[in-house]
Design a protein around this ligand. Structure first.
Ligand code: ZN
Length: 65
């Protein structure tokens, strides 16, 4: 991390939520942290994540029998 901006959106941090700019960003970071640490099994994937990229909507192209 560099500077004193929000690590999520790079806006100036709010002392109340430092180092984040808002509770929302603090929340985002927290959920990321929790996911990475506990990797809750059986959780419906799809909303906010980083893995959906690999499973893009291109499975139809590999439809050979
Ligand atoms: Zn922010």
């Amino acid at each position: 991390m560099t500077g004193d901006g929000c690590p999520i959106c790079s806006k100036p941090a709010d002392a109340k939520y430092a180092p984040f700019c808002s509770r929302r960003c603090a929340d985002v970071d927290l959920s990321r942290w929790l996911k990475g640490s506990y990797a809750i099994p059986g959780k419906p994937a799809g909303e906010e994540d980083e893995n959906t990229r690999e499973n893009g909507p291109k499975s139809a192209e590999n439809d050979e029998s």
